[in-house]
Write a protein that binds this ligand. Structure first.
Ligand code: HEM
Length: 473
């Protein structure tokens, strides 16, 4: 039965509601419904009540309230932990709070000191530049070393290790990562809309119906994380923790008699997986998108080069200390985030209890979907919403406009991306280092269809494109 006073929208057929079109990206469908129903609307999909938020103010209000901080059931992500609550991304309540608190504390603490993120990233920038030099000249796809560099940053943080670009191990690991973002099996896509099926059908049967390949990927990725934890346990030195895994194992031991602790080896393995899955393809894809837009907009690239040349000597790399002197580069990064809306519909939340929002009732368990893309393309907030226009992020005197209303590539509120500072540091240092050394150009006639694949899940991954890389003299 339809609960009273829901936001306006689509209720659909008894039991099933109305399914989204398979041919139009979900983010586009949400944009069209915003025109009809406004900033908050209902859409019952597969019998599950969804509340879509598409206006910046209502998103900010809701995301800052704990009542909207749960995750709904996401069957494919549950497969990693054999359907047990563990890790950061796909958990609710106490497990989420404990794992997220640990991650936030350690991502901040470990960013300082002698192995600061800046030095870790700069080390990767140097390797990346060296590798790009091998690709100077002929048109081709961007080197795969971008992914290795981004993965290495996470490996250094979590396990104090890194890989050379030609190491087969990192190739295998990356292949598994990227498969997660490929078309997921149609069976799992159905479960996303109708998670109650997963409660009725035994997991074995689901795998047999078409989820076996995805399941095997989850097993292989989990094997990496479990091995990494076992290796750390074998040499754990209480007095000298080195990395995320060491600190976690120590904290787990310290909390072992605390009944409220939810730290466990499974939780650690899933947290590691979360950091890789949430932090690698996202950052690497944004770097690729940025190079695409700069190659397409030669005038913008020329301005970035001019700014770099006014601050740095040839051979010098941009560092964090110099960031405030490179406002145009920062504006370009902001504009890339805005225009690509990498996670156009963020990651879904769920309401923890019966509550209200903007005068409407929101029942417990409703799936809350925020449209980041609607905010990033709102003509009330952006002068030229559909163009690549870095000036959106610059004041008249050329200073960076911080905290712009309607800008939320990392979401906002209680579950805001805990990797935001790290990701932005990577984007600045990687792009700055590459642009200081190279010029990028699209071959004649090359373009990228910026349209999304309707079957992309979560991430608006960049499609392959060709580029000509030249060394700057
Ligand atoms: C360009 C790069 C990135 C973008 C655009 C991005 C964006 C996002 C967004 C939109 C969310 C969903 C927040 C929500 O549920 O409301 C998220 C969650 C998350 N991100 Fe990122 N992210 C990026 C990089 C990273 C990095 C580098 C890391 C860590 C190494 C990371 C770790 C996470 C985690 C663990 C979550 C789950 C947070 C939670 O559920 O409490 N992300 N990210």
């Amino acid at each position: 039965r339809k609960p009273p006073n829901l936001p306006p929208g689509i209720w659909g057929w008894p039991l099933l509601g109305t399914f989204p079109s398979q041919d139009i990206p979900m983010a586009e469908q949400v944009k069209a419904l915003k025109q009809k129903y406004g900033d908050i609307f209902t859409w019952r999909i597969g019998g599950q009540l969804h509340i879509f938020l598409s206006g910046y103010e209502v998103i900010k209000t809701a995301m800052n309230r704990l009542e909207f901080s749960n995750r709904p059931q996401i069957y494919s992500l549950d497969m990693f932990s054999d359907h047990i609550q563990a890790g950061i991304v796909n958990t609710s309540g106490k497990v989420w709070q404990n794992s997220r608190r640990f991650a936030l504390k350690h991502l901040i603490n470990m960013g300082m000191g002698k192995n600061s993120y800046e030095s870790v990233i700069l080390n990767e920038v140097i390797s990346l530049i060296k590798d790009f030099e091998n690709f100077v000249g002929n048109p081709g796809q961007l080197p795969w070393s971008i992914n290795v560099a981004v993965l290495n940053v996470i490996w250094r943080i979590v396990a104090d290790r890194r890989y050379e670009v030609d190491d087969e191990e990192i190739h295998r690991f990356q292949m598994l990562q990227s498969k997660l973002f490929d078309d997921v099996s149609p069976v799992l896509a159905k479960y996303d809309h109708m998670p109650w099926i997963g409660k009725i059908v035994p997991h074995r049967v689901t795998r047999w119906l078409g989820a076996e390949e995805f399941y095997q990927i989850t097993r292989q990725l989990m094997a990496y994380h479990r091995k990494c934890i076992a290796e750390h346990k074998a040499v754990l030195d209480l007095a000298n923790p080195r990395d995320y895994v060491d600190y976690y194992l120590l904290e787990m031991e310290a909390q072992k008699d605390n009944p409220d602790s939810t730290l466990s080896e499974l939780d650690l393995a899933i947290s590691l997986n979360d950091l890789f899955v949430a932090g690698s393809e996202t950052t690497a894809s944004t770097i690729r998108w940025a190079i695409f837009y700069l190659a397409k907009h030669q005038d913008v690239q020329a301005k970035v080069h001019k700014e770099l040349d006014s601050v740095l000597d040839r051979g010098q790399l941009p560092t964090l200390e110099l960031k405030s002197r490179l406002p145009y580069l920062e504006a370009v990064t902001g504009e890339v985030h805005r225009l690509i809306s990498l996670l156009a519909l963020s990651v879904p939340h769920a309401s923890t209890e019966n509550t209200s929002l903007n005068g409407y009732n929101i029942p417990k368990g409703a799936v809350i979907v925020t449209s980041i893309e609607c905010c990033h393309t709102d003509p009330e907030l952006w002068e030229r919403p559909n163009d690549f226009y870095p000036e959106h992020f610059l004041s008249e005197d050329g200073q960076v406009l911080k905290n712009r209303d309607g800008f939320l590539p990392f979401s906002v509120g209680k579950r805001v991306c805990p990797g935001e500072a790290l990701a932005n540091m990577e984007l600045y240092l990687f792009l700055g280092g590459l642009l200081q050394n190279f010029h990028f150009q699209l071959p004649e006639g090359e373009d990228l269809n910026p349209k999304r694949n309707p079957r992309d899940r979560f991430v608006n991954a960049v499609k392959p494109f060709k580029v000509i890389i030249s060394k700057r003299g």
